[in-house]
Design a protein around this ligand. Structure first.
Ligand SMILES: C[S@@+](CC[C@H](N)C(=O)[O-])C[C@H]1O[C@@H](n2cnc3c(N)ncnc32)[C@H](O)[C@@H]1O
Length: 155
């Protein structure tokens, strides 16, 4: 699936992209290897221990001065429209997907995942503990939260 996406999105440049299929929590990518680490919606199935492991992996793999940016769907606690949004995530979105995407079930657990994940506060703390400089942000009234920053260059 990823290879097809790379081919479709990057066309003639696709062969300049290396695709690695690996568990981010266990990957043995070399240390001080990456200029940039990104994740879009890949955190919500990780519990706190997993997030701490991932934070250490990111700190290890990034080059000094390298950057990271991670965003995840979140539970917008305190937002007055949260009950409607929860209903949308828990009930409506899985039905829309089932109806329009030929029975796909990618979003069937999105309600549970976002409720368990909460927001990116713990991920931010874990990244700081791993030695990274971190900015935590809310997006769309807390429906998504992001952590971004860099690995400081030690002098
Ligand atoms: C909701 S999808 C998001 C996919 C894509 N990033 C996007 O924005 O459309 C979550 C992705 O996280 C990946 N993922 C979950 N746990 C992982 C792990 N331990 N190591 C590597 N990838 C993982 C899943 O395989 C899945 O592709």
């Amino acid at each position: 699936m990823h290879l097809e996406a790379v081919d479709r999105l990057h066309g003639k440049y696709a062969d300049m992209i290396t695709h690695i299929e690996a568990d981010a929590l266990r990957t043995d990518l070399p240390s001080d290897y990456a200029d940039l680490v990104i994740s879009t919606f890949g955190l919500k199935t990780f519990d706190r221990d997993h997030q701490s492991v991932l934070a250490k992996q990111i700190a290890r793999i990034l080059k000094p001065g390298g950057s990271f940016a991670l965003i995840e769907a979140s539970d917008p606690k305190g937002w007055m429209l949260r009950p409607f949004y929860r209903f949308y995530l828990d009930r409506i979105l899985p039905q829309i997907e089932r109806f329009f995407l030929k029975g796909a079930k990618d979003f069937s657990m999105i309600g549970t995942y976002t409720r368990n994940y909460g927001d990116s506060t713990h991920m931010a703390e874990a990244l700081r503990e791993a030695g990274l400089s971190v900015t935590l942000k809310n997006h769309f009234f807390g429906c998504a939260t992001s952590v971004a920053g860099y690995r400081p260059v030690k002098r």
